[in-house]
Design a binder for this molecule. Structure first.
Ligand SMILES: [Zn+2]
Length: 345
């Protein structure tokens, strides 16, 4: 069967490998659709020094189950969490499953795993499988990043009447923007570079009132209706935390998510400004993965639009060309999704 690998800088390769064996607590999944993640973009750009299997945003059909598996059956349509919590940990028993280290992870960037979602079949711990019914497999491939967006949205604690700045218009920012709109944000400002292209158009479509191109105007002195905003959802490089603190009103909340490597991970800000404006800087990290059933319900009930985020679809056998085209054309790109069935194109 086919499985795809990446290596920096921007190299992709497909190999024929055996269908993986299923462990006692695992399932074998026939992959139907798999998204290409922003973090995998960083891997492809410079972080992956070895050939690495990838693809953790996928949906498919359970093909085989290990002898201990009880939560899913052959034929179930499922999406896969990246990790889950330990149900019997002290943190979980104290009601905070989010504060436990992840158990049963699927992401393994340092080797040991032969295949992931960019393949015909892959294995996954059964504990990570979440069943769905009516949404499409392509939408299913976006539930994992939607769970990340949900964690960011919940971290910001947006209320009816809040003015919100969505800073960074990648797929996760655009999903969180839709959630902020549905939650009753009064005004939504969407900020990115003017090269955001299609993604800025999507922000408008999803309900952003004003688009701010940060390479054209100084966002620190932008004429926000209330002088500043109440909540910031930041999915841009960490250095922009400092910029974002200038956009907040008194008592504002800055919810941040993003992984950077090396010096790019270091952020500084004016502590006097944060102090006097009583700003809270809150980190969102969707580990363990949470909220998949909620996200599935929001998509299946039509509250959140994932389809519009898919800017590019290609077959697994065309993944090398498809991904190369995707990384070379950022202005038209939002989310790339690989499918294994021509009916899903
Ligand atoms: Zn991802």
């Amino acid at each position: 069967m086919k499985s795809t690998y990446l290596k920096a800088p921007f190299q992709f390769e497909q190999r024929d490998v055996p269908v993986p064996e299923v462990g006692a607590d695992e399932v074998l999944i026939k992959v139907k659709a798999c998204g290409f993640c922003g973090h995998e973009m960083i891997q492809a750009k410079y972080a992956a020094t070895e050939w690495t299997p990838f693809g953790h945003e996928f949906s498919g059909i359970v093909e085989k189950i290990g002898e201990n598996v009880q939560n899913v059956q052959v034929g179930d349509t499922v999406v896969i969490e990246t990790s889950t919590f330990r149900p019997y940990s002290d943190a979980a028993r104290n009601g905070r499953v989010d504060l436990d280290g992840p158990a049963s992870e699927i992401i393994d960037y340092i080797g040991g795993r032969e295949t992931m979602g960019f393949a015909e079949y892959t294995t996954a711990p059964a504990a990570l499988c979440v069943k769905f019914t009516t949404m499409s497999f392509q939408e299913g491939a976006l539930i994992e990043p939607m769970g990340v967006a949900m964690d960011l949205f919940k971290t910001a604690d947006i209320h009816l009447g809040d003015d919100v700045l969505v800073f960074g218009l990648g797929p996760i920012g655009l999903m969180a923007l839709q959630m902020a709109k549905k939650a009753g944000a009064r005004k939504i400002y969407a900020a990115d570079l003017s090269s955001a292209g299609k993604r800025a158009e999507l922000a408008k479509k999803f309900g952003a009132d004003e688009i701010i191109f940060t390479d054209k105007v100084d966002i620190k002195s932008y004429p926000f209706a209330r002088g500043g905003v109440d909540k910031v959802l930041l999915t841009a490089p960490p250095a922009l935390i400092e910029t974002a603190t200038h956009t907040l009103n008194l008592g504002g909340v800055l919810a941040f998510l993003g992984i950077a490597y090396g010096p790019a991970a270091i952020a500084s800000f004016d502590s006097n400004l944060v102090h006097h404006k009583k700003i809270q800087i809150r980190a969102s990290d969707a580990v363990p993965a949470l909220y998949f059933p909620l996200c599935i319900d929001l998509v299946e009930s039509g509250m959140i639009d994932l389809k519009s985020l898919i800017s590019q679809k290609f077959m697994l056998e065309d993944a090398v060309e498809g991904l190369t085209h995707f990384v070379q054309n950022p202005a038209e790109a939002c989310k790339a999704v690989m499918v294994t069935d021509p009916d899903l194109l």
